[in-house]
Every structure is written in C-alpha cells, then in structure tokens.
Design a protein around this ligand. Structure first.
Ligand code: ADP
Ligand code: MG
Length: 697
C-alpha cells in the first residue's frame, strides 16, 4: 500500500518497547495498523453500568469503581477469600472472590475495575464477580474516572497484555493512529455518502472512543463493509476469470427432450424448481460460461432439476456429466437417471473406479464417440484417459467435498469450457453462501414438493434409551431398517471410534441379539465400507451402527428410524442432514435424538423437533453457534472467517458490498485504473492469500 505509517512495527509507538512488542505479538498485533484494528469486544454504558449506591440484593450488575482497600480473609473451612472494596462517585461495595487469594498480588489499591455479577447479602451487600477487568492501573486511572458515565470499552486482552495496558496504549497513541488511518481510505467522499458509511478514521474513532453505543455500531459497520467488500472483490475477479474470460457454450434449447421429460414425470415441478430451472437455462443459453451453485434441502428435487439442465445441453448437441462423491451414490444416480432417460432414447454411461476392464472400455468408447450423451461417475470421470466428444455441462453433487481448485480442474479439461452446476444439500443461510461462494451465482430451491410427510423428530434423555431401543426393535420386526449414529469429533476421534465400536458390540449381542446389525465408519477400508453399505441397501442388515459417514447421500427407502446418540455433540445443520437419510420412502419416519436434559444443548435441539425446514435450521444454527463455528465447518471456511461482519445482521451490507465489488470489476477488471490504486494496494497488501486461494493472484 505504498508506505503508510500504519505499516510501521508496533514497537515504535509510544509506550511500546521490544518486550511489550513481543507481548503484543501474542494478540497478533505486529504493526501500528494491527493495534488500530484491535477494537473492543465489549461496550458498557450508563444503561449497563450501575452506580454502586443503587445496587440491590438480587440484581445482576456491572459496576466501575476504584479499589479503596483489599485483603485475603481466611474462613473457618479453610477457604481463602480475596476481598476488595470498590468505590465510585455514589458509594462503596465489597467484592468477594472466594478461593482466589492470588488476586491479592494482581490487583492494587487505586486500580479501576469493571466488574459484572450478582449482588448477594453476606454481612451486608456483596458483589460476586463473574467477570472482572482492570481498566486502569493506579494513578493512571484518573482519566478513566472522569469518563465514568460515558462508554467503557473492553479490549480482547491476554495474560501477557492485560486490559489496562491496552487502554494505556490507546490513551497515548490513538490520535496519531487515527490520522494515519486516513491514508488507508479507498472510498471517495461521494462513495462513502452513497454507501452511508463513515470514513475510516472516523469509523475507528467511534469504535475506540464511542460517545454512544450507536456510535460504536456505526464504526463497526464500516469495518464490516471493508471486510465484505474485499472478499467480494476477490470473488468477483475469480467469477470473471471462470465465466467471462473463457469461451463458453451457448446451449441451444429445442425442447425436443425437455418436453417429453416433463410429460413423463408423474408430478409437476414445484414453483421453486421451475424458478431455478429458468435461472439455469437462461445462464446456459449465454455464451458466458455458467458457474452456479444449486442449493436445496434434501429431497427438494435438485436431481430432477439437474437432469433438465443435462437434457438442455444434449438438445444443443453436447454431452453432460454428473459427478458424485462416492461409488454407491454414482450408481444410485445412474439407476435413477437411466430410468428417466432411456425412454427418451438416450444412452447413459456409468464410470467408476471399480468397473471391469471391458466395461470400462465400453464406457470410455461411448463417451469418446458421443453415443452416450450422458455420463455419471465418481472422480474417475476426470482421470487421465477419459475423453468426451463434446462435454457441455458438468454437474457436481455435494459441493462441500470438492474445493474451489478441484472444481475448476474438473471443468478445465482441454479447450472446451463446459458449464458448471454444483448441487449442495447443505442448506446454509443466503448470507453465508454469498460469503463462502461469492464467485458463484446462486440458485436456491426453498420449497419441498407437496405431500411429504416430515420426519418425526423426538428428543429423549439417556434414561429412556431402553424404550427407544424397544421402538427400534418393533420397527425392525415390522420389516423396517434403522440407523444408530454416534458422533465422531475430530479432536477425540480415537476415543469416539472406540466408543462407537464398543456400542456396536453391545447392540449386536445384548440389545438386538436377534437382529442383523452392521457397523460403518470412516476408518474401514473402502471396499469394506462399500460391502456394509450395500448389505444395508439390499436389506441384509436390519440395524446399521454408523458414524457420520452416512451423512452424504445414501437413499434407503426402507430405513424409517434413526437414533442419534450424544446428539448434543452435533451441529443442528449436521443433524438435519443426517435425518434426511430417513423419510425417503412413503412410510412415516422417525428421528430420535438422545441427549442429556437440561443442558443448553438440549434446548438447542428443540429447533430440530419443531421445524423440518433446513434453511430455518441453518439460520438457528447461525444464531446459536455463531458464524465462527459455521465457517469452521465449511471447506476453506476458516480462511474466509470474518472479524467485523455479522452475517445475521449485515445482510444489507453484504448486498451493498457485492454490488460495489461486481460493478468495480466490470468497470476495471484488473483493477489497474489510477483512481483504484488504493484498492489494488489493499488487495495486494492485505488479502493476498485470498487472491491465491481463488486463483486470481
Ligand atoms: P434432492 O436431489 O434434492 O435430494 P431428488 O431430486 O432426489 O431430491 O428428489 C427426491 C424425490 O422427490 C425423488 O423421488 C423425486 O422423483 C421426487 N420429486 C422431485 N421433484 C418433485 C416434485 N416437484 N413433486 C413430487 N416429487 C418430486
Ligand atoms: Mg453457457
């Protein structure tokens, strides 16, 4: 970014020497800019900070006061209690920390503390801190006392850099940092006004020294906009490379195949299916290459939509391929699609890794000569030696298994640039989808076909497990099949796997001795996994004990019960995905979540009991777990995680940012114009890893 004062090592700021610089590094603060962007994590104002004189027993309160006296008091039971008397302009109160005598060495008389907790009666009124922060140390605190009644800010701090140190640093350096911040400004006054955002220096001032809570929020929104804008900018560039720069195919629709398919279907497309199909076919009709994500809940009818798109490609003289993450899924797709396309006189080739030599040769020949218009397969589709006569559309099932680069590798074979349609059955909120996949266009099927019986979801405590097993046994006696799912969490994978395996033994020998029970988990060799899954599919197993490997895609219409153990350890969206494995047939299906009662997790699980809409579940997940967790569970999510933007409340900002980014790339594709120099500089200095990640570097 040219050279800015903000690029200087933090060490050269007032009050920072080599040792403190090292300590600041533990908070990822290396440069002056890092310090400036180290913004408060919490704000308290007069509406949350109570005058000490107004505290009443039973209240939960936050106070700010100076330590007047302190000491450690032994009790008869040997417990040592640290106590301090805090004073503000209105009065004094005792604050007690039982069992924390060491605080006596940490806190000094004269320190100003911010303390939150309940007020109890114990030899008089006492505050029992849940949380406390030293916001000013000794004499340095005068400044802060004068600020009582305004807004108290609390920074993310740490052992090496306590709160009061950070506050001291800002006290001495913020004015200078803020003047330097204007060097970073990349939006013109006119643009700032149009976007209704404050300038950078102003935004950061409001965050560090807000006069009101509203002020801090206005500041945050500016930084959130920046974050979203630069991410969208990288994605807009990637989108342009993938779509506009490469010659695509303008598919010509004749309805020769599409009409008969419509007529042969035993149902009407839903509104949502018809809408996304229009989006897809408009896109495919353009010369520009399509790069589109098709999102829809399990069973919302994505595959049918994909088939229409594939036929559109065939009508225009191309071939179309569908790629699935596993062999079983590829076979399943091939079977279903064949049943629909063979009556239309179309040949479909299946290509997987386990074909015999002769079968493989036939499939390859059919694809190369073009007698097979359609192909379904696994990764084997994109291996060496597979050639299509004219591949015009690639459909990728279950996007989250493939990264951005693999996705492109698949579609960049040779010099034909087929359109790309990615299907994902993981509903995520639109704002999260726009953030993770801003380089793709988005089509959403937000409606299920009519007449579906939703899976009945129940919550049970472990105490009722026996009754749950009896229910499973009854279903099996009636000819149905069941899943019992155990969590497998990466950090404790070994222990969990052991637990799942032991439970399997117990279920097989003690609980369901008369039933045929199988075990499926990710550590099995892939042919063994395949064998177990096929046995379940063929009805040779009654109960399948499994980890989350069954999450993706398998379709066993006869399976009507799923029991999930330790349901509290799964995310809501993941559980929703799992329960999509039952309810595939006409019979009523059940999902029984077993979790300890009372805990937060139990409350959270009620969302699943009460709704069967995957997008509603995803929104609840976002609200409860926070976006950090959701990003973390997506491929590349961590790299894209946001610090300032909040996808729950910033959807409008996100739209604004995406609009601005796409307009900019349209006007100045390589971002080379002189008046975009600062934007270019920001991209290169601060977002280089994302440029690399999206292949725009
Ligand atoms: P997804 O791929 O989204 O999980 P599918 O395309 O496999 O969903 O559809 C699930 C089932 O619903 C299939 O049996 C399919 O034939 C059926 N189906 C799809 N669209 C409709 C519709 N509009 N009305 C009724 N049934 C439908
Ligand atoms: Mg096209």
């Amino acid at each position: 970014m040219g050279y800015s004062q903000l690029d200087r090592p933090v060490q050269y700021l007032k009050g920072v020497g080599p040792r403190r610089a090292e300590a600041l590094a533990t908070l990822d603060i290396m440069t002056a800019r890092d310090l400036l962007y180290h913004v408060p994590r919490r704000y308290d104002d007069a509406s949350t900070v109570s005058p000490i004189a107004r505290l009443d027993v039973g209240m939960d309160a936050t106070v700010v006061g100076r330590v007047r006296s302190k000491g450690v008091i032994p009790t008869r039971k040997g417990l040592r209690i640290f106590q301090a008397v805090l004073q503000d302009e209105s009065g004094m109160i005792t604050v007690a920390w039982p069992g924390q005598p060491w605080l006596d060495r940490k806190l000094r008389e004269g320190d100003v503390l911010l303390v939150t907790g309940p007020v109890r009666f114990f030899h008089g009124k006492q505050l029992q801190p849940r949380e406390h922060t030293v916001i000013a140390r000794g004499a340095q605190g005068d400044e802060d006392e004068r600020r009582t009644g305004t807004i108290f800010v609390t920074y993310p701090a740490g052992e090496a850099v306590p709160q009061w140190v950070l506050r001291g640093l800002f006290e001495r350096n913020l004015d200078a940092l803020l003047t330097w911040a204007d060097d970073d400004e990349y939006l013109s006054p006119g643009e700032l006004q149009a976007q209704r955002l404050p300038g950078l220096g102003e935004a950061l001032r409001r965050m560090h020294r807000p006069d009101t809570l509203r002020d801090a929020e206005v500041g945050r929104r500016r930084l959130a906009f920046d974050e979203l804008f630069f991410l969208q900018l990288v994605q807009a560039q990637a989108r342009r490379r993938q779509t506009e720069l490469v010659p695509g195919i303008a598919h010509h629709r004749t309805n020769e195949l599409i009409r008969p398919l419509h007529e042969s279907l035993p149902f009407q497309l839903t509104e949502a299916q018809a809408r996304v199909l229009r989006e897809i076919s408009a896109d495919m009709g353009e010369e520009r290459r399509m790069n589109r994500l098709l999102q829809g809940d399990v069973g919302s009818g994505k595959t049918v939509v994909a088939l229409f798109a594939m036929l559109l490609a065939v009508e225009g003289g191309s071939q179309a391929a569908l790629m699935a993450p596993t062999e079983i899924l590829a076979e399943q797709h091939a079977r279903k699609l064949r049943a629909m396309v063979e009556p239309l006189g179309l040949e479909l080739a299946l290509l997987t890794g386990s074909l015999g030599a002769a079968e493989r040769r036939d499939a390859l020949e059919a694809l190369a000569s073009g007698t097979a218009k359609l192909a379904v397969g696994t990764h084997a589709l994109i291996q060496e030696g597979v050639a299509f006569r004219r591949l015009g559309l690639v459909v990728v099932d279950e996007q989250h298994r493939f990264g951005v680069r693999q996705r492109m590798a698949l579609a960049d074979q040779g010099d034909v640039r087929p359109d790309i349609l990615i299907m994902s059955a993981t509903p995520i909120p639109r704002s999260l989808a726009m953030t993770l996949y801003g380089d793709l266009d988005l089509s959403v099927i937000d409606e299920l076909p009519p007449g579906r019986t939703p899976v009945k979801t129940a919550l049970r405590t472990p105490a009722r497990r026996d009754a749950v097993y009896r229910f499973v046994d009854e279903e099996v006696a009636g000819g149905r099949q069941a899943y019992v799912v155990y969590p497998l969490v990466a950090e404790s994978e070994k222990v969990d796997l052991l637990a799942a395996t032991e439970e399997y033994e117990r279920l097989r020998t003690e609980v369901f001795p008369r039933r045929r029970v199988g075990l499926l988990h990710g550590q099995l060799a892939s042919d063994e996994k395949d064998r177990v899954m096929r046995a379940f599919l063929a009805g040779e197993l009654d109960v399948l004990v499994a980890t989350t490997v069954i999450e993706v895609g398998i379709d066993v219409a006869n399976a009507t019960v799923m029991v999930v153990e330790h349901a509290e350890r799964f995310g809501l969206s993941q559980l929703h995905q799992l329960r999509g494995r039952v309810g595939r047939g006409a019979a009523e299906s059940h999902c029984i979540l077993i979790a300890e009662a009372g805990a937060d997790a139990y409350e959270r699980l009620k969302v699943l009991r009460d709704t069967s809409d995957g997008f509603a579940v995803a929104r609840a997940d976002l609200a409860i777990r926070g976006q950090g967790d959701l990003f973390g569970s997506q491929q590349h999510g961590r790299e894209l995680a946001l610090r300032f933007a909040d996808l729950m409340k910033d959807e409008d900002l996100l739209m604004q940012a995406q609009g601005a980014a796409r307009r900019l790339v349209e006007a100045d594709p390589e971002i080379r114009q002189a008046d975009h120099a600062r934007i270019r500089a920001h991209l290169e200095a601060r977002w280089a890893d994302r440029l690399e990640m999206f292949g725009v570097g």
